[in-house]
Design a protein around this ligand. Structure first.
Ligand code: IMP
Ligand code: MG
Length: 176
């Protein structure tokens, strides 16, 4: 059984952090066009927020990976369900993800795009569960480092629920 637990990061803190990240990206890529690739479904809210704060010409695309299922543990196997629509050759690509946990997913995505000759490739995640990493990968941009807890809200789900919550909240798992 599970229940919705405490707020870990408030909507106000998230909003402020997203503005800061967007300002940093706008400065780092000044004079360039960028392609933001969101990972569905989790990154939809983060992408929607950050793209509107970036002061550059932005193109948006999405990729769909295999579902996390109903489990709170990653399977370790990443499957591509839907690729982006356009050629990324010569483009400045930023992969936008909701959360990095073991790093398997982001590592897979980097490999997936690296071979297609983008002008540059970076990663941007809202939340980083850094203590859980099994793959040696650090996101180029991240919002918050968080402890090893299962979190929902701001696009993140548990069993497909809670994506619409404004704040990032913890799920408490209760033994029966
Ligand atoms: P990784 O491949 O282990 O880094 O896992 C990344 C993916 O697992 C994310 O894109 C999320 O979909 C999912 N995930 C990892 N931790 C959480 C969590 O605390 N809440 C919701 N989804 C999570
Ligand atoms: Mg995800």
């Amino acid at each position: 059984m599970h229940k919705l637990g405490d707020i870990l990061i408030s909507r106000e803190d998230i909003r402020e952090k997203v503005r800061g990240l967007a300002a940093q990206i706008s400065a780092d890529y000044a004079g360039k066009d960028i392609l933001l690739v969101g990972v569905l479904k989790g990154a939809m809210i983060f992408l929607a927020d950050i793209c509107r704060e970036i002061n550059l010409p932005v193109v948006i695309d999405f990729i769909v990976l295999s579902s996390y299922g109903l489990e709170a543990q990653t399977s370790g196997v990443v499957l591509l369900r839907k690729d982006i629509d356009d050629n990324i050759e010569g483009k400045h690509v930023i992969i936008v993800e909701d959360i990095i946990d073991t790093g398997v997913t982001l590592n897979f995505l980097k490999g997936h795009f690296e071979t297609r000759a983008p002008a540059s490739l970076k990663t941007c995640v809202a939340f980083d569960k850094f203590s859980r990493r099994t793959v040696d990968i650090t996101p180029d941009y991240y919002g918050f480092q968080i402890p090893d807890k299962f979190v929902v809200g701001y696009g993140l789900d548990y069993a497909n629920l809670y994506r619409n919550l404004h704040d990032l909240r913890v799920i408490d798992f209760i033994d029966e």
